[in-house]
Unconditional design. Structure first.
Length: 118
């Protein structure tokens, strides 16, 4: 059974940085795609960034390009989201997610709150 555990959220001022971590366990993730999603109050959950575990290929939402960087450490089975130049509109609960290549987003973490003050 896949387990995803996020950490690293918190309160930061606009312009600041945070790094989120997602510790993954329960599978060999070489055939998985991992991702970060977020959901702000009153809004739908949206994809922020994704990465293929084996090759490290990445995608980003337009709203975070140039500010956020997704990465993974295969040895630690951990995925990261480095968030720089944070804006108040980045405030949301951030979720780690995973799916097998060709599948759909089925595995989710519990979420971590990120709050950016102006």
């Amino acid at each position: 059974q896949v387990q995803l555990v996020e950490s690293g959220g918190g309160l930061v001022q606009a312009g600041g940085s945070l790094r989120l971590s997602c510790a993954a366990s329960g599978r060999t993730f070489s055939s998985y795609v991992m991702g970060w999603f977020r959901q702000a109050p009153g809004k739908e959950r949206e994809a922020v960034a994704t990465i293929t575990w084996s090759r490290g290929s990445t995608t980003y939402a337009d709203s975070v390009k140039g500010r956020f960087t997704i990465s993974r450490d295969n040895a630690k089975n951990t995925m990261y989201l480095q968030m720089n130049s944070l804006k108040p509109e980045d405030t949301a609960v951030y979720y780690c997610a995973a799916h097998r290549i060709g599948g759909s987003w089925k595995e989710w973490g519990q979420g971590t709150q990120v709050t950016v003050s102006s």
